[in-house]
Unconditional design. Structure first.
Length: 246
């Protein structure tokens, strides 16, 4: 028996279309916003190399150097302070940061309200190369450069009296295989955490310029630095997720 098609109220149909269009527009806006959040600074020579869920990676070369600068840009739902707390928990690094096997906080000085200067020794075991070590001077601060809510941890090699090697008596029995380790001659960089508008979380920027030293071709160094970024991103986001549950 033939049935009569049910007539749909034109107003209801129009309302459904409007709702559908609204959600499409909202989704598109979110995608575009995320794209902007993950972009490298414009006009600075950064070349996009890859990425994953929530982050992108970039490379560029300094004039006269075969070693590339590396930049990772991502977004997390956590606050800048929560992010800074993770990347400055130096003595916990061996438990969650890739390749880091031993750390020692050598000195911590309060430079100003919300600003601390830390000197830390690192011992690293990465694939395909002998172990590396270095001592860093790290400036960890809130409201960096006077920007409200922005947190940053910036570092450079410590070359003065606080510089250590794996053979230091203070590390006796703590480091295995330290006699074959090579000191990293180049290592500078920063983490920068900026609050996103509308309470959308935090923009994460990780920059590093490093060369492990030794007789390693530049293309191997650059490839290794790029490969380490996804591991670093997973370590950061996993630690943040664990912190939310506490």
């Amino acid at each position: 028996m033939p049935t009569t098609p049910r007539r749909v109220n034109p107003r209801k149909r129009a309302a459904r279309v409007l709702v559908h269009v609204f959600w499409i527009a909202l989704w598109a806006a979110a995608v575009l916003a995320a794209g902007d959040d993950l972009a490298a600074p414009a006009g600075k020579g950064w070349e996009e190399k890859g990425g994953g869920s929530g982050y992108r990676t970039y490379l560029r070369y300094k004039p006269g150097s075969d070693t590339a600068e590396v930049l990772m840009v991502g977004v997390v739902p956590d606050s800048p302070r929560a992010c800074l707390a993770v990347v400055t928990s130096y003595e916990s690094f061996p438990s969650f940061m890739p390749y880091i096997r031993f750390t020692r906080l050598l000195r911590s000085e309060k430079a100003a309200p919300g600003k601390t200067v830390n000197t830390v020794f690192f011992y690293v075991e990465a694939p395909l190369v002998s172990p590396r070590y270095y001592t860093l001077r790290l400036v960890d601060e809130e409201n960096a450069d006077g920007a409200a809510g922005v947190c940053r941890s910036a570092w450079e090699l410590e070359r003065g009296a606080l510089r250590k090697t794996p053979k230091d008596p203070a590390f006796a029995g703590k480091i295995k295989g330290g006699n074959d380790a090579v000191e990293t001659p180049v290592n500078s960089g920063y983490w920068r955490f900026s609050p996103l508008s509308g309470g959308r979380g935090t923009k994460v920027e990780y920059y590093v310029f490093t060369n492990p030293g030794g007789d390693i071709p530049a293309f191997v160094v650059n490839r290794s630095n790029s490969v380490a970024l996804p591991l670093l991103w997973r370590a950061l986001t996993k630690r943040l997720a664990e912190s939310r549950k506490r």
